[in-house]
Write a protein of this length. Structure first.
Length: 210
């Protein structure tokens, strides 16, 4: 199901989404200037550890990675020691600043408006696709940037709240598979932030033997 939002999606996610207390996992996640605190990272540490446990069989030390919608860089920090390098994108300027503070090359703004001078072995999008109005364009661009794999997680079977919560798309198992195109899918498993699905996707045109 697609839910229309009349506002500016980039402005909403940059200025409103993270300030909404519905999406904060614990108290004191941001300081008086709006910058993430250690509470922000500690509240997400178990999540990023579980993500790593779920995908580590697909990752090698030689991989270059891109984390789209990296938030404050908590996952990138978890992954950093296991890969060659990881770059980030983030629409929220304060979270993008936190990614940079952690030492990651970070592009701020709308991923679909960005240009990239290189490809990556692995591209990640953790709970991002549901926030993108043109999901098909997002998948196509992310897949073009990935040499080996596109790995994403999305919520499924969620009740639709009365107030817009940043989610344009409300997926089911079937609709996600249709969007990703079944021949490109290597694996779909239960996601970490349940109810969710975690998909391992082969970029279009890649040989099935990885």
């Amino acid at each position: 199901m697609f839910r229309l939002f009349d506002g500016d999606p980039i402005q909403y996610h940059a200025l409103e989404y993270r300030s909404d207390r519905r999406f904060q996992r614990t108290e004191h996640e941001f300081d008086e200037n709006g910058a993430p605190t250690e509470h922000f990272h500690s509240a997400r540490q178990k999540i990023v550890e579980d993500r790593w446990n779920a995908i580590q069989q697909y990752i090698s030390q030689d991989d270059s990675c891109l984390d789209i919608g990296a938030g404050g860089g908590t996952f990138a920090k978890q992954l950093d020691e296991h890969v060659k390098n990881i770059d980030c994108t983030e629409v929220n300027p304060r979270l993008a600043a936190e990614c940079k503070r952690l030492g990651f090359n970070t592009s701020e703004g709308d991923f679909l408006e960005m240009t990239f001078s290189k490809k990556y072995d692995i591209v990640f999008a953790w709970h991002v696709l549901e926030h993108i109005p043109d999901a098909a364009q997002f998948i196509e661009k992310a897949s073009r940037l990935a040499r080996k794999l596109f790995i994403l997680e999305i919520p499924i079977n969620r009740a639709i709240p009365e107030k817009f919560d940043g989610h344009y798309h409300h997926f089911t198992n079937v609709s996600l598979r249709l969007m990703l195109r079944e021949p490109n899918i290597i694996s779909v498993m239960h996601g970490v932030q349940a109810p969710a699905l975690l998909a391992i996707v082969r970029p279009s045109g890649r040989n099935k033997q990885l």
